[in-house]
Design a protein around this ligand. Structure first.
Ligand code: BEZ
Ligand code: FE
Length: 280
């Protein structure tokens, strides 16, 4: 008799159990997963204690998940998988604004604000005028683009992390461009902050000698009819964590200028144009 499971043929033995006629994409994904997982176990010669630790880690990761917290996405983020999936699915030509990680702190339904409004409802931190235009790849302004912005406050926390001390919708808002594609709003110059590190992912980072910090950034979700969705950030250039973002979200093209505002209405001004790809 042949086909029994052995150390040598382990992956083939598992993959051979898949029935003919199943979803071909599922077959491709599961075959590769089993192949690489078995190769990994063989490469490191996983011990039974290590296997138990892995099961315990995955169990606690699941147990800490809730409607407010997604520890598996955080795990994907710190392992660089989120950014790899993002890179594969959002290849863009030079000139188009690059995507980066979405993160867990976006909230749907932020208030629509008027151009020039302030999103800093707690009034904390250094003030910054964020301004620029939404353009297409040919340099034409994009009218009716929705710029959904969210950022931490001067203490490094999003409003949803401190619902009892920050005003609702603090450092959030949606701005809609007119025919010139221009946007402007007043916000806080963001500061670097640690990702939620009081769970299994934080413990894993500590065990690996990794810090949990993200460099200072402002999140933008830009959508416009006939254009591809843009999920991105702008980063503050002199941040000490720029080269070691714990979720690997930094791209050189997303480092924005932050300069003293010459008219003095805010401490800083940050100019950045969002260049959208048309929908194919
Ligand atoms: C964020 O930038 O909000 C974020 C991204 C990934 C993990 C945690 C936080
Ligand atoms: Fe963030």
């Amino acid at each position: 008799m042949t086909g029994f499971f052995t150390e040598e043929n382990s992956a083939q033995a598992v993959n051979a159990r898949m029935r003919d006629g199943i979803d071909p994409r599922l077959k491709t994904i599961m075959s590769a997963l089993v192949k690489h997982l078995h190769a990994f176990v063989k490469e490191v010669e996983l011990t039974e204690d290590e296997w138990n630790s892995a099961i315990e880690f995955l169990t606690t990761t699941g147990q800490i998940c809730s409607n407010e917290r997604q520890e598996y996405i955080l795990l994907s983020d710190v392992l660089g998988v989120s950014m790899l999936v993002d890179a594969i699915n959002n290849r863009r030509p030079t000139g188009a604004t690059e995507n980066t990680v979405f993160g867990p702190f976006h909230v749907k339904g932020a208030p629509i604000r008027q151009m020039g409004d302030s999103i800093s409802l707690d009034g904390k931190g250094e003030t910054c005028l964020f301004t620029g235009r939404v353009l297409d790849l040919n340099g034409n302004p994009v009218k009716g683009a929705k710029i959904d912005v969210w950022s931490d406050n001067a203490d490094g926390y999003y409003d949803v992390q401190q619902p009892d001390s920050q005003p609702r919708w603090n450092n959030r808002g949606i701005f809609v461009t007119g025919s010139d594609g221009a946007y402007s709003f007043i916000g806080t110059k963001p500061v670097s902050y640690p990702i939620p590190d009081d769970g299994p992912v934080g413990k894993m980072l500590a065990a690996l000698g990794r810090h949990p910090y993200r460099p200072a950034h402002t999140h933008f979700l830009v959508t416009a009819q006939g254009h591809q969705k843009l999920v991105t950030h702008t980063f503050v250039g002199d941040d000490p964590y720029l080269a070691s973002d714990t979720v690997f979200g930094v791209k050189e093209t997303l480092v924005a200028p932050f300069e003293p505002n010459p008219d003095g209405t805010t401490q800083w001004v940050s100019r950045f144009d969002f260049i959208l790809m048309s929908e194919s």
